[in-house]
Each structure stands twice: as C-alpha cells, then as structure tokens.
Design a protein around this ligand. Structure first.
Ligand code: SAM
Length: 327
C-alpha cells in the first residue's frame, strides 16, 4: 500500500484550502503542533475549523501513512480477512478510515466516534461521497461501542487518562468482531501504551497478529533488550511524501518526512492468520561483508543475524528487507 494520500482525499483537502491564506494556515499549524508537543490533547489543540484543517494538512498525511503501513501488515498476516464494517474510535479527520478503505475495498460502512465537533465536520466534508461513514460525537471512555469487523484507535489512546486506557482497550476489543488495530506515536511512551494494551489483550484471549511473532513478554522491555543497534522500545517508521502545501504549512523544505509509530494488531482466534515469522526491529545495516539484521523471534528472544554477501540468495533476500518487515 502506498503511504501517500489517495487522490480523492488529496482533492478534498485541496477544496478545503481554496481561498485560505497559506501564511494563516502555517501559523495555525505551528500553534496546534506546539499545543500537541506540549502534551495537550485535541480538545485543547483543535478549537476551530481552521485548527482541524491545519491538522489535516500537517498531521493527517503521517497518521494516514502509519495506518496504511499497519493495515498492509494486517492484510499480509490475515489474507482472508475482509472487513465490511469499521469502527474508527477517535477518528479525528478520518485519515485512518481512508487507509482502511484503501486496504480493504470490501469495507462498506464506517462509524466515526470522536469528541471533537470540528474534526467530525471536516471528516464528513473530506469523505464526500467516497466513504460511507456515520459520525457520532461522544466520549471514548463511555464504552458501549457498536460492533465492527475492524476496530481502529489511531493516535487516540495517548489522549486518554492513563487510568482509563486499560478499560478502553477492553471496550474496543469487545466491539471488534475480527481485528483490533492500535496505532500510537513511535515514542517510548507510545510504545509503552501499546505494550500495556498487548498484555490486556493477550489476557482477554486475543491472538497478536503483529508486530510480535510471539505471545511472550516483550524482549525490548527487559533491561537485557538494550543492545547496540536495537532500538530501546518497539517502534517502526514510514517515509511519506509531503505536498507543497504540507511543506508550506510546516515551514519544511524536504519533500518527504519519516513518521515513527508503534502498533498492535490483535485478532479473534477465528481470524485465519499466516504462521508468524521473525520481525526486523531496526534498519538493516548493509556493509561490504554482508547485511546485519536485528530480529525479534518467535520464541520471544532478540537475535542478531549476519547475512554474508557470499550467500547470494540469502543476501539478495535480506537486501529487500526493511525495518518492520517480517522475515
Ligand atoms: C491525535 S487525534 C488522532 C486522530 C486520528 N485518529 C488520526 O490518526 O489522525 C486524537 C483524536 O482522539 C479524539 N479523542 C481524544 N479523547 C477522546 C475521548 N475521550 N472521546 C472521544 N474522542 C477523543 C480527539 O478528538 C482526536 O480526534
């Protein structure tokens, strides 16, 4: 799946930008970014339609790309899973729903649940006729969600009080008839939220599809997991293109950016899954003698693998591997 936005969503954002002064949007983007960086939630950062649009310009491409990468992995690990319904919990402007629709053309109906009126209004305008989505303004911590084949909470757990996150994960799981996808920023804190959710979900009988190739404790969370070349916490990265307006809004020159994210795919045991295989935990290091891989293996242990150049088939296969891929 492409990490770039689908053309209908790009066109929707372009329509929203018509007649807006780019300098105003850049100022709005700087203000919302500063608010998020200072640890504020969307309730404080997104107060108006302009704030929501600034998010769509500056953050939606990255959260879309992260969700698209996660859904590509869901398709790979559970190729027979074809959801017809999606609950997008904490949907914001709907980028995750667009990524789900791109991954699964089978998707027919989407439920958006979000506390933010400006985000829900923008999501509706961006969707146009391309997504069949029903918006509901509500509180995620109230639970009682409608069931769906696929449930997504993308960059939303971070905004829930720590003492309510476990209950929310269980409520989301209760609503998931097939797969629950959680995506969080690729920070130590985001990864820790995913790890805590993983424990809760394994305890509730979920099968972890990805990224973990096992149900054992996370080896990166153990002090012995701190090794050179291995990130101190489980996270991944996706490179996404930046449009001209995206660059202007951010005051950035580079035509791309790297979004770091942490994620979890949990499935009902009756979702048919491919056998799990070791996961590449860091960018492969290619040198003259060969390629070095840092892996999380099916036994729940970390492994370092050197693939020598002289082993041509194995070396050619290793050259195609990226950070986050399964072997
Ligand atoms: C950072 S945004 C992420 C939006 C979108 N999922 C994405 O990936 O771009 C977090 C979203 O969660 C919503 N949210 C946070 N706390 C919430 C709550 N208690 N109830 C409902 N929505 C909430 C916010 O309004 C916001 O839309």
């Amino acid at each position: 799946m492409e990490p770039g936005l689908p053309s209908a969503l790009k066109a929707g954002i372009d329509r929203e930008l018509e007649g807006r002064r780019r300098a105003d949007l850049a100022a709005r983007t700087a203000a919302t970014t500063a608010a998020y960086r200072a640890g504020r939630t969307s309730a404080a950062a997104i107060r108006s339609e302009d704030d929501a649009l600034a998010y769509a310009l500056a953050r939606l491409p990255a959260t879309y790309a992260a969700a698209a990468t996660v859904f590509a992995e869901a398709r790979r690990t559970a190729p027979g899973f074809a959801p017809a319904t999606l609950l997008d919990a904490g949907s914001g402007p709907g980028g995750g729903s667009w990524a789900a629709k791109a991954a699964w053309p089978s998707l027919e109906r989407i439920a958006w649940l979000d506390a933010s009126a400006p985000f829900l209004a923008l999501a509706g305008r961006l969707a146009g006729g391309a997504l069949d989505a029903t918006p509901t303004r509500g509180d995620l911590t109230a639970g009682g969600f409608p069931h769906a084949d696929l449930v997504l909470a993308s960059y939303a757990l971070a905004e829930i009080a720590p003492d309510r996150q476990q209950a929310l994960v269980l409520d989301l799981w209760a609503a998931a008839d097939g797969v629950l996808a959680l995506v969080e920023p690729g920070t130590p804190a985001g990864s820790a939220r995913i790890l805590a959710a993983r424990d809760v979900l394994i305890g509730a009988g979920a099968a972890i599809l990805a990224p973990c190739p096992h149900h054992a404790p996370c080896p990166l969370a153990a002090p012995a997991g701190r090794r050179p070349g291995v990130p101190g916490w489980c996270h991944f990265a996706v490179r996404l293109p930046r449009s001209r307006d995206h660059r202007l809004a951010k005051g950035a020159d580079a035509p791309f950016e790297d979004e770091k994210f942490a994620y979890l795919l949990a499935a009902r045991p009756d979702v048919a899954a491919r056998p799990r295989s070791a996961r590449v935990l860091a960018r492969p290091r290619a040198g003259k003698p060969g390629i070095d891989l840092e892996l999380c293996t099916g036994t729940g242990a970390l492994d370092h693998r050197h693939v020598p150049r002289r082993d041509r088939p194995a070396h050619a296969a290793a050259r195609r591997l990226n950070w986050g891929d399964a072997l």
